[in-house]
Ligand binder design. Structure first.
Ligand SMILES: Nc1nc2c(ncn2[C@@H]2O[C@H](COP(=O)(O)OP(=O)(O)O)[C@@H](O)[C@H]2O)c(=O)[nH]1
Ligand SMILES: [Mg+2]
Length: 282
């Protein structure tokens, strides 16, 4: 199941739920969709953040997508609700970046493998925006557009297939967009772009991110598990990226879920218990 909200809808949502005359159905559906964890995609404009999310959620690639402001997706992953925030890539100019990152359990720092500058900008412009994320937030460094530089990334996943598929907790296979074995369709083409960022550069950045965030390197996830090269165009490593991250975020998911259930007030139950109390005293 997937739900997309824009920011306007999102800010209206808590108000709707708090209205006194909220129906039981609405309250239940809000409870059902309450996110257990928050993930945020950060990175320059045009590195392919929206395309990655679109590929993962819709199993499709669109040549032209543009993000105005931020967008919010809700992904049901097994029994868990995961909110994924897409950003426009200009957050550092209007101060909204920290708002997007508030309470994030995982941040996907995205660059374009054909653009060295997009990697530099992650460190120089986007890392500052993560100060409001959780202390134990996971950081993943993702080099997108690998189809332009890496023959392996030209292998295409199933186009349009699996839109309803819910892989759920359990993991994805490396290298593909969720294709069944035997469904791979190698394309007889040579990558057309020049690779400016090597995976080692991304792994070195991961080390610097941990130091900036003052996270202990020894107890953190190792760099080679946290640096991915993906292609939103072919689906290469896209499922692997999101599902590895969801699995790693499971402790945060479970923690948030128990906090949520401790703070959840069932309006219907309250009304019933008030009614029965009144009955008993009158
Ligand atoms: N070749 C290739 N192009 C991509 C890929 N991902 C995105 N693009 C293209 O790069 C441009 C920017 O993508 P978009 O998702 O809007 O980037 P965003 O600004 O980071 O959200 C669009 O023209 C996409 O079609 C990819 O994996 N491979
Ligand atoms: Mg975008």
């Amino acid at each position: 199941m997937k739900v997309k909200y824009n920011i306007a809808t999102l800010s209206a949502w808590p108000l709707m739920v708090n209205k006194r005359r909220v129906s039981k159905a609405m309250a239940n559906s809000a409870k059902m969709n309450k996110p257990d964890v928050k993930l945020v995609l950060l990175g320059d404009m045009n590195v392919g953040k929206t395309s990655l999310l679109h590929r993962y959620m819709e199993r499709k690639f669109q040549e032209t997508v543009s993000t105005v402001g931020g967008a919010f997706f809700l992904k049901q992953w097994g029994p868990y609700n995961i909110s994924i925030w897409d950003t426009a890539g200009r957050e550092q100019f209007h101060g909204l970046g920290s708002m997007y990152c508030r309470g994030a359990a995982a941040i996907i720092l995205t660059y374009d493998v054909t653009s060295w500058q997009s990697l530099v900008d992650l460190e120089e412009r986007f890392l500052l925006l993560t100060d409001t994320a959780n202390d134990d937030c996971l950081y993943v460094i993702v080099g997108n557009k690998a189809d332009l530089t890496d023959p392996a990334a030209l292998e295409e996943g199933p186009v349009g297939a699996g839109a309803g598929a819910e892989p759920g907790p359990g993991g994805a296979e490396p290298g593909r967009g969720g294709a069944e074995p035997g469904e791979l369709r190698p394309i007889a083409a040579v990558p057309s772009g020049h690779k400016q960022v090597q995976r080692e550069d991304a792994m070195a950045l991961y080390g610097r991110v941990l130091r900036y965030k003052q996270q202990d390197e020894a107890s953190s996830q190792p760099a080679d598990r946290m640096c991915f090269e993906t292609s939103a165009k072919t689906g290469y490593n896209v499922d692997l990226l999101f599902e590895t991250l969801f699995s790693m975020a499971l402790p945060s998911i479970l923690r948030k879920r128990s906090e949520n259930s401790a703070h959840t007030v069932d309006l219907e139950e309250c009304r019933n218990s008030k009614r029965s109390r009144r009955g008993c005293c009158s």
